[in-house]
Design a protein around this ligand. Structure first.
Ligand SMILES: Cc1cc2nc3c(=O)[nH]c(=O)nc-3n(C[C@H](O)[C@H](O)[C@H](O)COP(=O)(O)O)c2cc1C
Length: 476
């Protein structure tokens, strides 16, 4: 059964030993953030803070909802110790069968309603996540819903939101993101405020699905339904026609104002660095807040891997890319975005059937809107989920000159740490393909070195003998 909400999910995580309840009062000002961050870096259970300094009893905070593949497996209703490849394949399979949401009349997200002058963003315990952040980030595990001006398309996307004052928030969204397509090219271009809603602490799969580049005109709500294998329940906003998840912890409603910019950021980002400066960015004007009794402000504290962002980018990016490569019919045997690489590296294993197939694959990937600066193409004998095998393939099979194909004029991203400040500001990117396939014009028997692995350098009968006797040798 899919989890109806964040709370059922936390309960399941707790049963699986993935949660620590923190009874001692913690400060929203850096202390909670530091605990969440340390829990990622030591690979410990997710902290569930029961008492936040300066906030009423019952207002809680939960950090690290999807920080590892175990939590992802639980969120997907799969055995907790499933292999990452099995979870990712299952996600991809379910993504092919979207399920439309249903509309409901009542939902717990309406248990408390604040409208107009009653709105105070500081009523909720938004954390100061990292030292040096530009402000308190209320939305780090959430999604922003916006409706297209000319169609029924409703986009869900996880785009950070920082509190400016009791009624305003700021955020970063790029012109290439779907929210940017709607806002910069349509609403703002026509000088019309863009209605938005933010759902904080939704069910885990809806949060995950919001990170997909599902495409212009396609609703992530349908994708979330497919992955959950049950429709998401939506309810109408108080101040607009946008439909929001009825079981989310907190809903923020309002408008993104045209041509208004206020300094936002910096923020400790998914790349593991605070890489983009404080800059004038769009403003979300809040008109209403609704929240559940005893709300749980759910937090992803982005930084060095592994954290929730690494898992989300790995899962959603893989399906986005696999869909494209499968459409081309490439003889792919595996794809992985190692979460250790913050969504920057795609490893593709392929049966290299023709010369320069690696370049062909890289060009197809670079045609998508997200920047994937490192593409590694390996032969099909390499397991893309095994980072040791991938690194070994890079350093033994990628020719340091001929195997490296650099793209100087790629579309950039303001958060990529290796770009200069000027490149980050102007969206000037760079990318590289590491071709780790054996050249097809090398004579197989004499030029291609034999791999010295158990599977490849021993005769079949020796391998079988060793495997059959493995326990007799004293191994488990
Ligand atoms: C935890 C987390 C935070 C994110 N924050 C932002 C952000 O602030 N701005 C942004 O443009 N993308 C952000 N992303 C990436 C987007 O969610 C992702 O690119 C998604 O595909 C956007 O949806 P879209 O294709 O509908 O625009 C974040 C991703 C995660 C996992």
């Amino acid at each position: 059964m899919p989890f109806r909400d964040n709370r059922e999910y936390i309960e399941a995580l707790e049963k699986a030993g993935e949660v620590v309840r923190v009874a001692q009062e913690v400060d929203w000002d850096l202390e909670a953030g530091a605990i969440i961050r340390r829990s990622y870096e030591l690979k410990l259970p997710a902290p569930f803070f029961q008492k936040i300094k300066g906030y009423p009893k019952g207002f809680r905070m939960f950090g690290g909802p999807l920080a590892n593949f175990r939590r992802l497996a639980i969120a997907m209703d799969m055995p907790a110790d499933s292999h990452p490849g099995a979870i990712l394949d299952e996600y991809h399979k379910r993504a092919q069968h979207p399920i439309k949401p249903v509309i409901v009349k009542d939902g717990p997200c309406k248990e408390n309603v604040r409208i107009g002058d009653q709105v105070d963003l500081y009523e909720l315990p938004a954390p100061m996540v990292h030292d040096g952040d530009g402000g308190r980030y209320i939305s780090t595990w959430h999604f922003v819903l916006t409706k297209d001006m000319d169609s029924d398309w409703v986009n869900w996307g996880m785009y950070r939101q920082m509190i400016h004052n009791s009624r305003d928030m700021g955020g970063l969204f790029l012109p290439t993101q779907d929210i940017g397509v709607m806002y910069y090219r349509k609403y703002e271009a026509n000088n019309i405020p863009m209605p938005f809603a933010t759902a904080i602490g939704p069910d885990p799969i809806s949060a995950l699905a919001s990170c997909a580049s599902y495409g212009v005109g396609r609703n992530e709500a349908d994708l979330a339904g497919g992955i959950r294998r049950a429709p998401v329940e939506l309810i109408k906003c108080e101040t607009s026609d946008i439909l929001v998840p009825a079981h989310a912890e907190i809903i923020i409603e309002g408008e993104v104002l045209p041509y208004k910019r206020v300094d936002e950021g910096p923020f400790g980002e998914y790349t593991g660095y605070r890489s983009s400066p404080r800059m004038p960015r769009p403003v979300y004007r809040v008109k209403a807040i609704t929240f559940r009794n005893d709300p749980i402000l759910t937090v992803a504290n982005m930084g060095v891997p592994l954290d929730d962002a690494d898992i989300c980018l790995s899962v959603c990016g893989r399906t986005d890319i696999k869909t494209i490569l499968d459409n081309y019919g490439f003889p792919i045997t595996g794809i992985h975005l190692p979460p250790e690489c913050s969504g920057h590296m795609i490893v593709v294993a392929v049966q290299a059937k023709y010369t320069n197939i690696a370049s062909h694959i890289a060009n197809a990937i670079w045609g998508t809107k997200l920047p994937y600066p490192y593409i590694v193409v390996v032969d099909s004998d390499v397991d893309p989920y095994n980072i040791t095998e991938v690194l070994h393939a890079i350093v033994t099979k990628c020719h340091p000159v001929r195997g490296i194909r650099a793209q100087e004029f790629a579309v950039g991203h303001p958060l990529l740490p290796f770009l200069s400040l000027e490149e980050r500001m102007w969206g000037k990117g760079a990318a590289v393909l590491l071709d780790c396939t054996w050249p097809l014009d090398w004579p197989k028997e004499i030029a291609i070195p034999r791999k010295a692995s158990f599977k490849e350098i021993y005769p079949k009968e020796i391998q079988e003998k060793v495997l059959n006797n493995w326990k007799n040798y004293g191994y488990k």
